[in-house]
Design a protein around this ligand. Structure first.
Ligand code: PGA
Length: 251
């Protein structure tokens, strides 16, 4: 069944103590509340185990922001999917545009990461999206199609059914420039049509497709009211409970 999800992406923000504090505050704010979406916080690696200890894993779920493309061994500085799972993490963001742009993550590398995440029972939040020049050239559909095909389309139907997608136009990330609800709906519907062509309409209907890029309390309701927008991946606004909670409550 398709789920509504609001996931925070803390990126490289908050020291350990600040991260634990934010997670505690969010858990406290959601205790006893009924919300209409799953709430996930994706934190830096070093926060994971400590944050897991202060959330209940149901009202607030835990995710990582990346994982290695190798199983284990001599890969200094890397963190494997199995290690992430051992902290209590349930999700992992993969293919974020910042990883693609600054750390050379290709569709082929991401394909390996997705496989390893799934083998370790982590739910990938797989990010796709075009840069400004591609949008201006009208190539956004082509770009997201290639990203999806090259990283995800060798998955079995069963495995694909575990994936969450996040459409994040790169020009909207951290810029304060959000895609309009109409732009989001148009490309989300297109993405769902590609999934339907490959895996069938039922799988496509069951896939959660989140929007990311300057989503905030002011625009979340309108974005989420679109039939093909199933939630958000939230950067800047996820760093404070007072800016994150209204997004969660936008459903
Ligand atoms: P933003 O980031 O909400 O700060 O634009 C979103 C993201 O990069 O996931």
């Amino acid at each position: 069944m398709r789920k509504n999800i609001v996931a925070g992406n803390w990126k490289m923000n908050k020291n350990l103590q600040e991260g634990i504090e934010l997670a505690k505050e969010l858990q406290a704010a959601l205790n006893g509340k009924t919300v209409k979406c799953d709430v996930v916080i994706c934190t830096p690696f070093i926060h994971l185990a400590s944050v897991n200890a202060v959330i209940d894993g149901k009202t607030v779920r835990l995710g990582a922001e990346n994982c290695a493309d190798k199983v284990s061994g001599a890969y200094t500085g890397e963190v494997s999917a199995a290690m992430l799972a051992s902290t209590g993490a349930q999700y992992v963001i993969l293919g974020h545009s910042e990883r693609r742009a600054y750390y050379g993550e290709t569709n082929a590398i991401l394909k390996e990461k997705v496989k390893l995440a799934l083998e370790n029972n982590l739910i990938p939040i797989f990010c796709i999206g075009e840069v400004l020049e591609e949008r201006e050239a009208g190539k956004q559909n082509e770009v997201v199609k290639t990203q999806i095909e090259e990283s995800l389309f060798d998955l079995s139907t069963e495995d694909f059914g575990k994936i969450v997608l996040a459409y994040e136009p790169v020009w909207a990330i951290g810029t304060g420039k959000t895609a309009t609800p109409a732009q989001a709906q148009e490309i989300h519907a297109y993405i769902r049509s590609i999934l339907a062509a490959k895996y069938g309409q039922a799988v496509a209907n069951d896939t959660s497709i989140l929007y990311g890029g300057s989503a905030n309390a002011g625009n979340a309701k309108e974005l989420f009211s679109n039939p093909d927008v199933d939630g958000g991946l939230i950067g800047g606004a996820a760093l404070k409970v007072e800016t994150f909670l209204p997004i969660v409550e936008a459903f």
